[in-house]
Design a protein around this ligand. Structure first.
Ligand SMILES: [Ca+2]
Ligand SMILES: [Ca+2]
Length: 243
């Protein structure tokens, strides 16, 4: 059984431990990265007027930002959510923003955004999700807000690729047509965000990569270095025994 019995028992045990560590490191290195929490915001505990909403959890390599309104909007009282009025104009200041910052040395590949949105009857009818990567130029996603209902949006963001630094998303109205259709969006109409399916915090999921070698890779290199002298010894032909 490897390592051979010609090696002292203690050293064999040590080598076995190192080999096990190397195998574990290989397994971790080769395993596909699973999408996980990047950052989330919990609206379930909100009461009254929400001016801004801080992130409730985030990966250690991410600094969660706040949900905040553009200067064209006003806060409206709402429960378990964050609600805004002032959508009647077609101003670039009419937006609801949120985002995060990636710590230096890391990048994030987003998988999806999960968020519930709803509009009142004369609130904004069609909403677009924009992001800072293209200067909020083209909507990544659009949703037609349902009449007397909610939209649970599970937005695929996997096409964005690795993101670094500050990232911001914005909800903005597309056009100026209310949920009631054929009626312009009114300033007193509301747009509201809340927890996805009324149970999961608003959440960005994805995978985070590091430019710094992962511990598993370091362990692999360390293990290989330890094995080198041992492998040399195995391949070395036995010296003749002098008598
Ligand atoms: Ca909250
Ligand atoms: Ca508008």
């Amino acid at each position: 059984m490897f390592p051979p019995k010609s090696i002292p028992f203690r050293f064999r045990i040590f080598l076995r431990c190192q080999m096990a560590a190397v195998c574990a490191a290989c397994f971790v290195s080769l395993a596909p990265a699973q999408a996980a929490l990047v950052v989330e915001w919990d609206f379930s505990d909100n009461r009254g007027v929400t001016l801004t909403e801080s992130s409730s959890a985030a990966d250690a390599r991410i600094r969660g930002g706040v949900f905040y309104r553009g200067s064209g909007l006003s806060a409206v009282r709402s429960g378990s959510s964050m609600s805004s009025s002032g959508w009647g104009s077609q101003s670039s200041a009419d937006f609801l923003a949120f985002g995060f910052e990636v710590e230096p040395g890391h990048s994030v590949s987003l998988q999806n955004l999960q968020i519930r949105t709803l509009s009142s009857l004369l609130g904004p009818g069609t909403m677009g999700l924009y992001y800072s990567g293209d200067g909020f130029g083209v909507p990544l996603y659009t949703v037609r807000q349902p009449l007397f209902g909610v939209a649970d949006n599970d937005v695929d963001l996997s096409a964005l690729g690795p993101l670094t630094g500050s990232v911001e998303f914005r909800w903005q109205e597309i056009g100026n047509n209310s949920v009631a259709d054929f009626v312009p969006t009114q300033d007193f109409g509301r747009f509201t965000v809340a927890n996805f399916q009324n149970r999961l915090p608003v959440r960005l999921n994805g995978t985070i990569s590091s430019a710094i070698p992962e511990p598993s890779a370091s362990a692999l290199m360390f293990g290989l270095l330890l094995c080198r002298p041992f492998r040399r010894r195995r391949n070395k032909p036995d010296l003749p025994v002098l008598k």
